[in-house]
Ligand binder design. Structure first.
Ligand SMILES: Cc1ncc(COP(=O)(O)O)c(C=O)c1O
Length: 382
């Protein structure tokens, strides 16, 4: 985490810590800090500050929103989810099956490409479901899905769109207007901030969604979406994370700088991904899953090494100070589809703003040693 983010949290806790809406300075400073954080997140998402609500994390915010939306739905109503998604964008909607008698439809992914089956998605939307819950990027395979296209089809069907942008937001610029979604959620800890969730909702939707709330709490959006006392220091940190990103390059206002930064991070991430995909692809026995490096994707790559379990690969790499994650990453549908459950799922490596080419080479060399064959030199990358 950048020092500036930690400093913002410390500064808040040491010098401004208070509850909101009282008449003394630290409380007023807290109100100002939260207003400023909404403006920062609005710039990050291309939204209006009044459309930004904070919460514990994406999962909790999504359960909360689903419960509120579901109060108006019942038997005969459908919600569409996808096999590619993290469970945080499935379970909250699935809960409505039990609670409200709503039916869920699952759009499959195509195993070979790691992309959604658009024919099935369009067929599902033709049934005019209440809501499409879709991920902008897969945290397991790195697939970037054209959520603007999906939201356009959904809109024509009179269907709301909820976008999970948790894995997308650190890698690409979110633009809620360009996507045309009704709701979108992300998590600050994925873009160099602390553990705080962020929910965007189109203002006319946030004003009316029937979420559970305390009677004395504000009726107006976005506060009506926020339950109890928030994680103020986390919100201060989330705003500082946006500032940190905006400070990396570019000129002009914060949104313009964020645009420049995200295109630079994308360019950098894409070049690391290409080295990684090429290096891993050269190693006998290594299988890389998901879209080709040239397809729309994030610099996150999932693979298996021969018949070794994912954990044994991760343990061996950790001994070389290369940290990779393993399992299903809560994108359980993906691992199930590839039949990798008994092998402990996938090994996943991701490139971040601070990842270096040297680290990529260490990863590839480590996997090469593990697979029993040294990887070819990365300098031979075409
Ligand atoms: C794609 C995706 N969606 C949702 C989540 C859940 O986010 P949170 O931890 O903020 O609940 C994650 C977390 O890894 C994720 O990668």
């Amino acid at each position: 985490m950048p020092r500036a983010v930690v400093d913002a949290m410390t500064e808040y806790l040491l010098h401004h810590n208070a509850n909101t809406h009282w008449r003394y300075p630290s409380s007023q400073e807290t109100d100002e800090m939260i207003d400023g954080a909404r403006r920062a997140m609005a710039d990050f998402l291309g939204a209006d500050p009044s459309e930004v609500a904070f919460g514990a994390n994406m999962t909790t915010l999504t359960f909360h929103l689903a419960r509120g939306l579901g109060r108006g739905w019942g038997p005969g109503d459908e919600v569409v989810v996808t096999e590619l998604d993290h469970h945080a964008n499935i379970a909250p909607w699935r809960a409505l099956e039990r609670d409200r008698g709503v039916s869920l439809r699952m759009v499959p992914m195509i195993a070979e490409t790691g992309q959604l089956d658009w024919d099935v998605l369009e067929q599902a939307l033709a049934r005019k479901p209440r809501l499409l819950a879709i991920g902008a990027a897969s945290n397991a395979l790195g697939t970037v899905t054209d959520v603007a296209r999906a939201a356009a089809v959904a809109r024509d069907a009179g269907t709301l769109t909820f976008v999970d942008a948790v894995h997308y937001a650190p890698h690409r610029l979110v633009d809620v207007r360009a996507i045309g979604c009704d709701f979108l959620a992300c998590s600050a800890y994925k873009f160099y901030g602390p553990h705080v969730g962020v929910l965007y909702g189109r203002s006319e939707r946030l004003a009316v969604v029937d979420v559970p709330k305390l009677e004395p709490a504000p009726e107006t959006a976005p506060e009506r979406l926020e339950t109890g006392t928030l994680n103020h220091e986390g919100i201060a940190g989330a705003a500082a994370a946006v500032e940190f990103l905006a400070s990396l390059c570019g000129d002009g206002g914060r949104r313009e700088r964020l645009r420049a930064v995200s295109s630079e991070l994308h360019r950098r991430g894409q070049s690391l991904l290409e080295r990684l995909a090429y290096g891993l692809g050269e190693i006998e026995g290594v299988r890389v899953y998901g879209p080709a490096a040239s397809a729309p994707r994030t610099p996150t790559i999932a693979f298996t090494v021969g018949d070794q379990t994912a954990d044994s690969v991760a343990d061996a790499l950790a001994d070389e100070a290369v940290f990779v994650s393993t399992g299903d990453f809560y994108a359980a549908g993906v691992v199930k589809r590839y039949g990798l459950g008994s092998r402990g799922g996938l090994v996943r490596a991701g490139c971040s703003a601070y990842t270096t080419a040297d680290e990529v080479e260490r990863l590839v060399a480590g996997v090469g040693r593990l697979a029993g064959r040294r990887a070819g030199p990365l300098s031979s990358l075409p």
